[in-house]
Design a protein around this ligand. Structure first.
Ligand code: XUL
Ligand code: MN
Length: 343
């Protein structure tokens, strides 16, 4: 059976700052983080554009090429690969009102140019996958934008970017809110509908993050099922979420083990491991975690994922089939619970 491949981003080992308090752990140097990947069982590195080339907007193309090549060498030396690059459009002042859907045409142009730079970096790091988390594409008040126009602007931006680079593929990572009150493209259904409106739907798919689906009041496993049915699940960000609050990025399975089991089950049903796409773990250590163990959330999330793969593969198929044939879903429910509880 094909092995799963795991990835995370450098932001998943972090200093523990939150909106109410400063960092509580020292910064871990990027090189040290890279050194941890293999040790923790990961081979894919997720990048924001400026994780790969700091201050990306101030660099000439030559500098960008040089720095991205250096990063590629660091990856090669550690036996790692870049999974994707994502343009970080949400921190620059020009993007205060959004990027591709900003009301100001100059801001829209800036967002396109920055994304093209991120695409250049992706090519230099050896990946064709871009992730678009549309952080500030949305509104704080509905009256500030025309939603119809915004979706058209987004389609136009995607078309321009698809034309800019023929090999590039975009995985849209939907999230319904935070930082915006209401985000455009809040679910995978929206993302896939957007894909079909572009000039090349074969190059626009999705990335599903468990917590984002939960924040939208949806079941992450069924969101994944929808994307898999369209052959558009190009990455996942597994994590967990305790109710409808801020995006918690808790360790995978830490809140709802049955929900986690069903995410793994749908990935198994969809043959995700055979696609050799990555299982990303977008998890954060608790603020209380001491520096020397502030990477355990990654190791643990991967371990839980693999334990759940075993659980899915060892669930007695005959019991499943009999319960379904008898329409005895109470029996099926009990069989699932027993299977999860028994070692
Ligand atoms: C935001 C989020 C991001 C994306 C990458 O909630 O999940 O880290 O995954 O830009
Ligand atoms: Mn994510």
């Amino acid at each position: 059976m094909t092995e799963y491949r795991f990835s995370f981003g450098p932001w998943n080992i972090h200093e523990g700052a939150d909106p109410f308090g400063p960092p509580v752990r020292p910064t871990v140097e990027f090189a040290r983080k890279l050194g941890l990947y293999r040790e923790l069982g990961f081979e894919g590195v997720q990048f924001h554009d400026d994780d790969a080339v700091p201050d990306v907007e101030d660099k000439t193309f030559d500098q960008l090429q040089k720095e991205a090549a250096e990063m590629k060498k660091l990856l090669d030396d550690q036996g790692l690969v870049a999974e994707f690059v994502a343009p970080r459009l949400w921190e620059t002042p020009q993007g205060v009102d959004g990027g591709y859907t900003a009301n100001d045409p100059a801001a829209r142009q800036w967002a396109l140019e920055r994304t093209k730079r991120a695409i250049d970096i992706a090519h230099l790091l050896g990946t064709n996958l871009m992730v678009l988390w549309l952080a500030r594409e949305g509104t704080y008040i509905r009256e500030s934008k025309n939603a119809i126009e915004a979706y058209h602007l987004l389609r136009d931006a995607l078309n321009q970017l698809l034309e800019y680079s023929p090999p590039i593929h975009f995985a849209i990572e939907p999230k319904p809110n935070e930082p915006m009150d209401q985000a455009y493209v809040p679910t995978i259904g929206h993302a896939i509908a957007m894909s079909y409106q572009t000039c090349d739907p074969t190059r626009v798919g999705g990335l599903i993050e468990s917590a984002h689906a939960l924040l939208a009041g949806l079941d992450p496993a069924d969101e994944m099922g929808f994307a898999l049915a369209h052959d558009k699940l190009w990455s996942v960000h597994l994590n967990d979420q305790n109710g409808l609050k801020f995006d918690q990025d808790k360790s995978f399975g830490a809140v709802n083990l049955r929900g986690a089991y069903n995410q793994v089950r749908v990935l198994e049903l969809g043959g995700y491991s055979e696609s050799q796409r990555f299982v990303g773990l977008d998890v954060k250590a608790m603020r209380t975690q001491k520096p020397e163990v502030a990477h355990l959330h990654l190791k643990n999330s991967r371990a839980v994922f693999l334990m759940l793969v075993d659980k899915v593969r060892s669930f007695p198929q005959d019991v499943q089939q009999q319960c379904v044939a008898d329409r005895n879903y109470e029996a099926l429910e009990m069989a699932v619970l027993e299977h999860l509880l028994v070692k």
